[in-house]
Design a protein around this ligand. Structure first.
Ligand code: PEP
Length: 252
């Protein structure tokens, strides 16, 4: 069975003091929750990753990095390698976030290199994809999502897919307060699952977790998570508040 996952992407937010308080509150509120098979992941800034990995060790909260470079090491000023992440016991990385695609020009080709490098180093990947508003308005959203997935992920083996978590994040819903309707999310998730089944097989498709991201809040989480092909959420803004994030975890 595929896992249910609620992941919080802290992005470039929080001072050291704020990060410490957030993880402390989160540990307290998640402790004792009946999580069943739900995984809870937080992705703080690189600056706090090691501390937060230590603070969450032995708790149900896992940590992920927000990005990594595909090169093993070298003269890449300002970048962070997989080897560095592994050395602080971080085993999950978010790749393909729309902010990386838009502001740092991460193309499908670059993302494919990052995915292959991360898999090679035994990372689990939360791979984000999603259309911009014009794509949806011109009814190209399925084509856009298909090409993002095919270009970056369809040369992977079935075994590689054991370490892939997908996150559908329509760009028009990220940080805008606008959410895809549960029906729009379900429609896209089912489409993606079908793509995987056609390229690989039904078993793999059924075992791949597909998260939804885009203005998920305590007020709308339950309805979105109730959809058959929505296996959880990648949460931005609401993950910066322990009560809100916990409420979203409880909604799954
Ligand atoms: C995100 O950036 O992954 C995200 C979903 O952000 P928000 O929840 O703030 O829309």
């Amino acid at each position: 069975m595929r896992s249910k996952i609620v992941a919080g992407n802290w992005k470039m937010n929080n001072s050291a003091k704020e990060s410490k308080a957030l993880i402390k509150n989160l540990k307290k509120s998640v402790k004792g929750l009946p999580l069943n098979n739900t995984r809870v992941i937080v992705a703080p800034s690189f600056v706090y990753l090691q501390k937060i990995a230590k603070k969450t060790a032995g708790t149900p909260i896992e940590v992920a990095a927000q990005n990594m470079n595909d090169a093993p090491k070298g003269a890449y000023t300002g970048e962070v390698s997989g080897e560095m992440l592994k050395s602080i016991h971080v085993n999950t990385v978010i790749l393909g976030h729309s902010e990386r695609r838009e502001y740092y020009y991460e193309t499908d080709t670059i993302l494919k290199k990052k995915v292959l490098s991360a898999l090679d180093q035994n990372f689990e990947i939360i791979f984000c994809f999603g259309e911009v508003l014009e794509d949806r308005k011109s009814n190209k959203h399925f084509d856009v999502v298909k090409s993002q997935i095919v270009n970056a992920l369809f040369d992977l083996t079935s075994d590689d897919w054991e370490n892939i978590i997908l996150a559908y994040e329509p760009v028009w819903a990220i940080g805008t307060g606008e959410t895809a309707s549960p029906e729009q999310a379900q429609e896209m998730h089912a489409f993606v699952r079908d793509l995987i089944a056609t390229k690989y097989d039904q078993h793999l498709a059924e075992h791949t977790s597909i998260l939804y991201g885009g203005s998920v809040k305590p007020a709308n989480a339950e309805e979105i998570f109730s959809k058959e092909d929505v296996d959880g959420g990648l949460i931005g803004g609401a993950s910066l508040n322990a009560d809100d994030f916990t409420a979203i975890v409880k909604a799954i």
